[in-house]
Design a protein around this ligand. Structure first.
Ligand SMILES: NC(=O)c1ccc[n+]([C@@H]2O[C@H](COP(=O)([O-])OP(=O)(O)OC[C@H]3O[C@@H](n4cnc5c(N)ncnc54)[C@H](O)[C@@H]3O)[C@@H](O)[C@H]2O)c1
Length: 141
């Protein structure tokens, strides 16, 4: 399957690499150009046992790619994973969901046919409904 991980941090990178090692074609997307350029050169920004070997192996066999182009990456994929940060808001215990909603808006601009959108970011209940609203508002126009 063709998969796209949006957010190439601990969750997006590790999950994406494992999915590629299972035989899927994976694009890991991030807005951090430095991170993406480093990954393309085989420089891994985090340490997890075995991660570097799997990144190098699957990048070399072209099942794992890195990109800053969210729109094109979503277009090429059947399943899109949202893996961006949800830090705690300053002065409250609530999660800041702005990155998740920003990505949902970006996805909505890129969708032209059916895709499965999976949210892997840690979010409160009902966030999935909000993501659906953001995406379907644009798609159903
Ligand atoms: N780290 C963990 O072990 C862990 C475990 C379970 C759940 N989570 C949850 O998963 C989510 C991600 O956690 P993480 O540790 O991977 O975060 P992280 O900060 O390591 O990575 C998030 C990445 O998303 C990128 N990003 C943000 N906005 C973007 C956008 N618009 N387009 C493209 N990329 C964008 C950032 O540049 C960053 O590289 C959080 O909600 C976290 O709570 C994390």
């Amino acid at each position: 399957m063709k998969l796209c991980m949006i957010g190439t941090g601990y969750v997006g990178l590790v999950s994406g690499v494992c999915f590629s090692d299972l035989g899927n074609d994976v694009i890991c997307v991030d807005k951090d150009i430095k991170k993406i350029n480093s990954l393309k050169k085989g420089i891994i920004p985090i340490y997890e046992p075995g991660l570097e070997e799997l990144v190098l192996k699957n990048h070399k066999n072209k099942r794992l790619n890195f990109s800053t182009n969210l729109k094109e990456s979503v277009k090429k994929s059947d399943i899109v994973f949202i893996c961006v940060g949800t830090p705690t808001k300053k002065n409250s215990n609530n999660a800041d969901l702005s990155q998740v909603y920003a990505v949902a808006k970006e996805i909505s601009k890129s969708i032209k046919k059916f895709k499965i959108i999976i949210n892997k970011s840690t979010v409160p209940v009902t966030t999935g409904d909000e993501i659906e609203k953001i995406i379907s508002k644009k798609v159903n126009k």
